[in-house]
Ligand binder design. Structure first.
Ligand code: NAG
Ligand code: NAG
Ligand code: NAG
Ligand code: NAG
Length: 787
């Protein structure tokens, strides 16, 4: 066998392993698909052949009617055990995996379907779900969202997040990374923090930055917390990485790195081991609530958009009720519509977009044209004739076939279609092995303009779909096509508009059966080619002088901690603000335009819709001082509203389950509320085309200037929908005063069935002649779909 064939075989195996390893990040594994299928099966019908198969269930139970609502740990454990047949199963494994005290009223246990069925008859049993899996969804970005060191703004006002605790529920952390140094930090005040530090590695310790670390891996006690999945460290560094002076990615992008809330505390909950099980994630959320975090950052998404099964957002309900702000990734299943995860209205659902930085690797064609590609590794320039295996054969197109002949590759720039993952790197290694000069990776139409360059061993450049078409056309029309790859380092601002919605970022509309049509995602934040901390130096080219402590990463996983960090900063400025107020502040001050002053676009270079951007792009410049916030009543009233909203969509027992109530919810005691009536900072409405109109109330609280008058403006691009707001002005005399108004929406004469339309509602503060106060702009997206 020729040596390169041997190498090819070896690579194939390696690739397979790499693919299996990487697949959890982007696609559901077969196991998960099975889970999703199983989840849709009626759970309590007889499952004959599987009668005896033990698996983990998350069981929701109600306390005995006359019991004290606050059980001691001991009482709770006993009560949970009382549902189980015996404490160990036939194989000697303990039955009880987690006994939840805060996140839900219930426990996780190993049972056979037969045993589960028996449990169903017990008093207090409410529901059970088979355990499923969640998937991790993958610095200049603080500056891009308006955080600038030493300048007036949110960073300075919030003292970089000092005093706020961000809980990251993910795959663990390497606490020795320089991003987690505790320079400039104070010890957490006594009484403020109930967590503890459970690192098992003798070289890993908590400090003034990482104040808590715990792991949940089924019944294993005190599991190791190291980040073998290389996800949690990256996420934590974006949310609250401290300043690091000499950050670089393979000697490129040199400078000072920082997370969004660089002086916030971090509490780490490792719940992803080889996978992230629902039962463990819930245990992490449970512990975070108990320990006293202020913000929960969860970069995990489950593809199942079935409300009852979105266990994480269920756990988050209790968190939000306990005044904890919770942000979740929208998922990486874009660009198809209807892919968004984490749909509950009490969480912030975050999509991902680009920043204004290009990791430039220019491709110069023989005819003089220049195509601006990107490369994760900037090395020495390369040039040569072009070899494009192309053709119809998919394997050939991806340069992944047996007939990548050495004589055609040697000294050539090879064009290959990109797979957008580690496959690309492996085929680069093969081309390098065969003597190729360089590699140009081509985008397909689906991912369009969004390139997420990997770190290659040879000179490489990733091209957008339109530039890919240009180079293919050039090769087809030229006798001896040639190209040069030229590295120009990181350019700020980059070459295309920013932000642009990431092709992979999951899109709305929400599944209306699930959340009634609440507009999701709520917002987009930087999540494409983000500088993140690496738990261990990554493989890749040998680059003398590089510490390999940082890399580039993409995904809604990295957009989410941007929002968590900003929520922590706002909380530092306004310690008394509710999660709803913080969410409103972030949403109503989001930017709807890009850095060229045009409407934000997506990977197709066309204007993005509300189902892609929600309220728009995170912009911290106004977020600490939004003028008005959408917040109604006190915590109890907001809680009642969520229940009213859920009662409009679900049966009593389902509502009890979703909000993890300790008492059976009786919806007849609540005023039923339609989804659009929830006091949300956006409006997502689904209505019949022939319905006369829909009315919804909104309540805003004045957090800006005491004496203020606001006037409303509706901006809509189409006259297919009529929107009226009454009254059209709101007068405030003091701070924290609330005013309500009513929005009436009806179909215009040109509205079409099955279509959706968008508009924005903008409240603007009027400035009197001697008024030097802020002119606030409070903007909400409105999406109306006609059925
Ligand atoms: C997590 O638990 C599983 C058993 O459920 C075990 O096989 C695995 O080794 C544990 N992981 C770690 C890192 O300890
Ligand atoms: C943390 O460590 C303490 C003390 O060793 C132990 O009691 C506790 O169970 C551990 N918690 C977790 C979640 O591992
Ligand atoms: C929406 O959720 C419902 C209820 O869980 C489910 O039956 C349906 O298939 C989902 N629809 C889509 C389009 O995913
Ligand atoms: C387009 O490319 C992406 C990776 O960049 C890949 O995930 C996706 O499956 C491709 N789509 C099609 C239709 O080939």
């Amino acid at each position: 066998m020729e040596p390169h064939k041997l190498y090819f075989l070896f690579s194939l195996l390696f690739l397979l392993a790499a693919y299996l390893l990487s697949s959890f990040q982007l696609k559901p594994s077969t196991a998960t698909l099975m889970n999703l299928i199983n989840r849709n099966l009626p759970l309590f019908k007889s499952i004959s052949s599987e009668e005896e198969e033990v698996r983990t269930y998350i069981v929701h139970v109600l306390p005995p009617e006359n019991a004290n609502e606050f059980l001691t740990d001991d009482e709770r454990l006993k009560w949970h055990m009382s549902f189980l047949p015996e404490s160990h199963d036939s194989s000697g494994e303990p039955r009880l995996i987690h006994s939840y005290s805060h996140a839900i009223s219930g426990f996780a246990a190993r049972l056979t379907p037969r045993e589960l069925k028996a449990m169903e008859a017990k008093e207090g049993f409410l529901s059970a779900y088979p355990d499923g899996e969640y998937h991790p969804t993958t610095t200049h970005s603080p500056k891009f969202i308006g955080l600038i060191e030493g300048s007036p703004g949110l960073w300075r006002d919030a003292n970089y997040g000092k005093g706020i605790i961000i809980g990251v529920v993910d795959s663990g952390i390497n606490p020795t990374h320089p991003s987690f140094n505790d320079d400039g930090m104070d010890p957490v005040p006594p009484g403020r923090w109930k967590g503890s530090c459970n690192f098992t590695d003798p070289n890993h310790h908590c400090n003034k930055k990482i104040i808590g670390a715990k792991g949940f891996n089924g019944t294993q006690r005190n599991p190791p917390l190291s980040d073998d999945m290389k996800h949690g460290t990256k996420v934590a560094s974006v949310a609250a990485g401290n300043f690091v002076e000499d950050a670089e990615v393979l000697n490129n992008a040199k400078g000072r790195a920082a997370g969004v809330a660089p002086l916030a505390y971090l509490a780490v909950y490792k719940v992803c081991f080889t996978t992230c099980r629902d039962s463990d994630v819930l245990a992490g959320i449970n512990e975070a609530i108990k320990d006293g975090v202020d913000v929960l950052s969860i970069s995990l998404a489950n593809k199942a958009t079935i409300f009852n099964y979105e266990l994480l957002t269920k756990g988050a309900f209790t968190a939000v009720k306990s005044n904890i702000f919770a942000s979740f990734g929208a998922g990486n299943e874009g660009p198809s519509p209807g892919t968004v995860s984490n749909l509950a209205p009490w969480v912030m659902t975050v999509g991902a977009s680009t920043v204004d930085r290009t990791l430039t690797a220019m491709v110069k064609l023989g005819d003089g044209r220049e195509l601006f590609g990107q490369s994760g590794y900037q090395t020495s320039n390369a040039q040569g004739g072009i070899f494009y295996p192309g053709g119809q054969d998919a394997a050939a197109k991806y340069c992944w076939s047996d007939d990548l002949p050495k004589n055609k590759v040697k000294n050539k720039i090879v064009l290959c279609h990109s797979r957008g993952n580690y496959y690309d790197v492996e085929k680069g290694r093969l081309i390098e092995f065969l003597g190729g000069a360089g590699l140009v990776l081509l985008n397909n139409e689906t991912v369009g303009s969004i390139t997420t360059p990997q770190i290659h061993y040879l000179p490489a450049s990733y091209l957008s779909f339109s530039d890919s078409a240009k180079i293919i056309q050039y090769v087809a029309g030229s006798r001896s096509p040639r190209a040069t790859i030229e590295f120009k380092g990181t350019l700020i601002p980059g070459l295309s508009p920013a932000p642009v919605v990431g092709a992979f970022s999951s899109r709305g509309p929400s599944n209306a059966t699930v959340n009634g049509g609440i507009l999701k995602p709520d917002i987009i934040a930087p999540g494409v080619n983000i500088l993140v901390a690496l738990p261990t130096p990554a493989p890749g080219p040998r680059v003398p002088g590089s510490s390999k402590k940082f890399t580039w990463a993409s995904g809604t996983s990295y957009a989410t901690p941007h929002i968590s960090g900003v929520a922590a900063l706002i909380k530092a400025v306004h310690p008394d603000w509710s999660p709803e107020a913080i969410k409103s502040a972030i949403m109503t001050t989001a930017n709807t335009e890009d850095n060229t002053g045009k409407k934000i676009t997506d990977q197709t270079s066309n204007p993005a819709g509300l189902f892609e951007v929600g309220a728009g792009h995170l912009d911290t410049r106004e977020a600490r001082d939004p003028g008005l916030v959408y917040e109604k009543g006190d915590a109890q009233q907001r809680y009642d509203d969520y229940v009213s909203y859920l009662c409009g969509l679900y049966e009593n027992y389902q509502v009890t389950d979703i909000i993890s109530s300790k008492r059976r919810v009786d919806c007849s005691k609540y005023k039923t509320m339609r989804p659009e009536e929830l006091n949300y900072p956006s409006i997502g409405l689904i209505m019949g085309l022939t319905e006369s109109s829909r009315k919804m109330e909104r309540v805003v609280k004045n957090v800006g200037v005491a004496r203020s008058t606001y006037r409303v403006k509706i901006v809509s691009e189409a006259d297919e929908v009529e929107i009226q707001v009454s009254p059209d002005n709101l007068q405030f005399r003091e701070l924290n005063e609330r005013r309500s108004f009513e929005v009436t929406i009806r179909a215009g004469s040109r509205a079409g069935r099955g279509r959706s339309y968008e508009a924005r509602m903008i409240w603007e503060r009027e400035l009197g002649p001697e008024d030097t106060g802020d002119k606030y702009v409070v903007m909400s997206p409105i999406s109306v779909a006609f059925t």
